[in-house]
Design a protein around this ligand. Sequence first.
Ligand code: MN
Length: 376
Amino acid sequence: MQTLRKLPDLVRDAEVEVVLCPGDLWEEEAIRMETAAELFEILGSMEVPVVITPGNHDYFHPLSYYARAHFERKVGRPHPPNVHIFTSSSMEQLTLENWREDVVFHGACFIHSAVIGTHEAFVAPRIVKGKLNVALVHGSQVDSTYLAADRTRRDEAPSFSSRDILASGYDYVALGHYHAYSKVEDSHNRIRAAYSGVFLSRGLDEMRDHFVIIGQIEPGGVPLSSWELKRLDPHRIVDVEVELDPHVRTQGEIIERIRKAFEQHEVGSNDIAYVRLRGQVAPEFELFELDERLLEPYCWHVVVDWNEVERGYDIESIRHDVSMAQTVVGQFVLRMEELEKAAAKDSNRLEIIRLARMMGLDALHGKEVRLRHALD
Ligand SMILES: [Mn+2]
């Protein structure tokens, strides 16, 4: 909400004429009355129209805060008059009273949380000739670069492609659903559609770029020259994976590896770092925790996940355990030891043998076999 509170100033300073919200403003199951009241209060404090198409997470129903009567009953005041909500699940057209009559908005709401198939906005677009046609669409662009990262989200909403957008005749389509910024441009460098991405990070799935978009919608699209991305959320969440190996014996060494990973990921003092440690530490390593304050100089906040860390194999004890010699694991370790001896001082070969031993032990223990960072 603190982030959202910055929006009215931005709208005023940039002389924005209309605010488009293509859905997922809240989570239907989690939204509290106070939050809904505050959200509408902020939207109402803007002196320009706000147009909303409810999405799959904030879908429309009679007891939704999007329903005028329900909102008024619960909150004790009506929706602000500048807020316009599409409340039909079929595409509708909206022109605003006492506001630019040359603009027609196209939109539809979700009425339950999952709808699949082609988005109706692109089935037979009802373009109004001679007007600026602006659509608000909550759905999945199947050829978005974001798609690869999020198949589940794609399958939660009706779909369309960038071709559908370019062929639609809408001058601009405000897209909602994906939580990362991406845009669709035509061959004349006009932007015809974009996802802004949620403008604040609420969770670890929202680490990519997300903005508030400002642009001048003209017949045929938004010229690049007017396209502006505003970051309201000062904190990025950065996912950092740090691979450990059995040479790691102390917390200091782990801190050092995390610090190097921060450098690689360009983690800055305003970032929230989610550090996933994985791999093995030395067999004698005991305390699976870190003093996270030691990382504070390098980021705004850090969360360290130890879930995928395990102690390395204690080769020495396997080697000296007489009963182990009877097992496949014991035989394997002994055989690898022979190879190690034969390799003598060939450090490259020794390295390969050690990695092979680690992967072999993983396989024999039914663990995931993957290439680990080279040991020194
Ligand atoms: Mn959605």
